[in-house]
Design a protein around this ligand. Structure first.
Ligand code: BES
Ligand code: MN
Ligand code: MN
Length: 456
């Protein structure tokens, strides 16, 4: 692969221009108004797959947003790698905090700024570039399939059914994904764990209409006050979640495993500085990397009710609402957690309000072993391009489809992410350093080569 660096050098600008075209399509999966953009993005991806060497590519309907599928078979007796990515992105609000418009990609200080620059258009496109290189130079060592979906950011609700219906088509030896991050630009790591998720919305209703807060205040329960008290009681002073049964199935790591985790380089001072916080905070007895990697959480994602427009309005609101996400660790089952949460939240509801818990979406966590051919192949690939052996790290994020691949298709995934914590994914000014983009393109072909050689 001595022509790999030259390929990247010679095609840099074109590859970026291509990625920018994709980024310009505002494929926000959670918004009905962007339905057509989802199809446009899917069609665009299909065309690129064919252009880059896929023998077949198609846009497949699901109950939700379409999936793009593509394949190139060189020899059925060779292994098959299925590349997974997602073309949908998160909403962009608040718009006023973006330095350049979210769907007009711009390069500043060596970084691409745009929604999807990292998550996951930028990371996904590294695979398209690597595929183009391998095909063009006749170095593709195995069969490749692509499955690029459009519902990841809303929890992939239609993908379970889609997989059940397309088992044959999706059959592969390994799933290859770039949708995670690494510890730092010079600290390569491979994500070996993802958290599961249970996402609910809670509704607290008081009086049948908004009331004058002077005439009724003090005599009628205020749903916002009540909701805040209820939420406050969900964690104790040790940062433990009080929901009964919540920790029942949590995987307990051995001393040795925790000692191994502690070897990952982590600069707490830099972390605090980057976030502008005086102290980190979380469950007592655990380090920051443990709090995000191996412990479950409960967070309010949004809370609303009453008067929130500018200026004062003296009102005792009729309703209060909150969105709550629980990040789960291996062995916790998201349906079970949703149930215990619901039971607990209804049980702590005082008699002077009505409380309702609505399930939004969920997904299971994932762990991947390090003693497998795919892990070793990925590890060696990073070692070649970064000059350092990557460290296995359990991430706090979730990619619900990864456990579905395992459950429905029986295929393990390898998470070769190149994002950085500073990429501001899901936030204003999301960005992806060009170095990471091109390093990714350089690393991926080595994975293919190592994987096929080591699997023999
Ligand atoms: N790519 C992220 C997940 C991620 C990012 C994992 C960085 C590890 C490191 C993915 O697109 C994502 O945002 N997932 C959602 C899932 C949810 C909407 C069901 C998440 O984690 O909130
Ligand atoms: Mn993603
Ligand atoms: Mn995301």
């Amino acid at each position: 692969m001595n022509d790999l660096k030259a390929f990247i050098q010679d095609n840099k600008d074109r590859l970026l221009q291509e990625l920018f075209e994709l980024i310009r399509i505002p494929s926000i999966s959670s918004k009905e108004a962007h339905k057509d953009d989802m199809y446009e993005a899917a069609a665009w991806i299909k065309t690129r797959l064919l252009e880059k060497g896929a023998e077949k590519a198609e846009v497949l309907d699901t109950d939700g947003h379409p999936v793009v599928y593509g394949e190139k078979t060189i020899d059925p007796s060779l292994p098959t790698v299925l590349v997974y990515g997602h073309y949908d992105v998160q909403p962009v609000e608040p718009l006023n905090l973006w330095k350049s418009p979210p769907f007009e990609p711009e390069i500043r200080d060596g970084k691409i700024y745009a929604r999807g620059a990292d998550d996951d258009k930028g990371q996904m496109y590294m695979h398209f570039a690597a595929f183009e290189y391998l095909v063009k130079t006749a170095q593709l060592p195995c069969n490749v399939k692509f499955m690029i979906e459009g519902e990841e950011e809303i929890g992939s609700p239609s993908l379970g059914k889609f997989m059940e219906q397309n088992r044959e088509k999706l059959a592969a030896d390994v799933i290859l994904v770039s949708d995670t991050s690494m510890l730092g630009p010079d600290d390569p790591s491979i994500t070996t764990g993802l958290r599961g998720l249970s996402y609910v919305e809670v509704h607290v209703t008081g009086p049948n209409r908004d009331l004058h807060s002077g005439l009724f205040g003090g005599a009628v329960a205020n749903p916002i006050n009540v909701l805040c008290q209820m939420i406050g009681s969900l964690t104790d002073d040790k940062g433990r979640i009080t929901v009964e049964g919540f920790y029942d199935d949590v995987e307990v790591l051995s001393k040795e495993e925790r000692a191994e985790m502690a070897r990952a380089p982590f600069d707490e001072e830099a972390y605090k500085k980057a976030l502008d916080i005086a102290e980190v905070h979380g469950e007592a007895g655990y380090s920051t990397l443990e709090r995000t990697g191996i412990r479950p959480t409960l967070d309010v994602n949004g809370i609303w009710g009453g008067h929130t427009d500018p200026g004062a309005k003296t009102v005792l609101p009729s309703e209060a609402h909150a969105k709550i996400s629980m990040r789960l660790v291996p062995h916790q089952d998201s349906n079970k957690i949703t149930e215990v949460f619901k039971k607990h939240f209804l049980a702590i509801a005082p008699p002077y309000v009505k409380v309702d818990v609505e399930f939004l979406h969920g997904g299971e966590g994932y762990v991947s072993p390090t003693n497998t051919v795919e892990y070793q192949a990925a590890s060696k690939a990073y070692e070649i391009t970064f000059g350092k052996k990557p460290i296995p790290v359990r991430s706090g994020g979730s990619i619900p489809i990864i456990s579905l691949f395992e459950k429905i298709l029986g295929i393990k995934a390898i998470l070769m992410g190149f994002g950085l914590e500073s990429d501001a994914i899901h936030s204003p000014n999301e960005n992806y350093p060009l170095v990471q983009f091109f390093k990714g393109i350089e690393t991926i072909p080595h994975f293919y080569k190592n994987y096929v050689e080591m699997k023999k």
